[in-house]
Structure formats: structure tokens, C-alpha cells
Design a protein around this ligand. Structure first.
Ligand SMILES: [Zn+2]
Length: 97
């Protein structure tokens, strides 16, 4: 079994992980992740903007999450959701006039 030390990209908090579940389910994503976030209360991530084409995914351990590139399918549904949201926003604005 391997041990992995994951480190928060925002506050630098570190945690050791030695569960094979991590390797099985998240290691690939983790290695490709753009940001690793610990999600602790003291770790303020409100200023972090998730870039276009990236998604935030919760990890099973504590409150950790990663921001990784979206798969093509995910990207498509994100784009769709965004279009839909824009449309709803515009519609709301019109209705309020
Ligand atoms: Zn943190």
C-alpha cells in the first residue's frame, strides 16, 4: 500500500492518505487536478474561481475536493447548464421591466 500526501493548493494544509480507495477512485483525477482544496472552515476559497471547462469534485475523505478538467461529456452538460442559466437570467430581467 502506498501513502500519499495531499496538500491544499489554497492554504497549504497537508494530510496523509493511505487508503487503496483513493488510488482506485481518485488518484488519476488527483494527478490531473488543477487545484486541491482541503475545505476546512479556516480555508477561505471564496476568491477561487473555477476556470472554464473545469469541474469541482468532492473526495470521499473529509471535506477535500479537487478541481479538475471536465471530461467532454461533463463539459457539454456544463455548457448546456450555463446557456440555460443565461437564458433564465435574461428572461427574468425582461420580466422585471
Ligand atoms: Zn486549505
Amino acid at each position: 500500500m502506498t501513502t500519499l500526501q495531499i496538500k491544499c493548493s489554497n492554504c497549504g494544509f497537508e494530510q496523509f492518505v493511505k487508503d487503496h480507495k483513493f488510488n482506485k477512485e481518485y488518484r488519476k483525477d488527483y494527478e490531473k487536478a488543477r487545484l486541491i482544496l482541503c475545505g476546512r472552515n479556516v480555508c477561505d476559497t471564496t476568491h477561487i474561481k473555477i476556470p472554464n471547462g473545469y469541474v469541482r469534485e468532492m473526495l470521499w475523505l473529509g471535506s477535500w475536493s479537487i478541481v479538475r478538467e471536465a471530461s467532454l461529456d461533463e463539459y457539454r452538460s456544463l455548457k448546456k447548464a450555463r446557456l440555460l442559466r443565461d437564458w433564465v437570467d435574461n428572461n427574468d430581467t425582461n420580466n422585471n421591466r
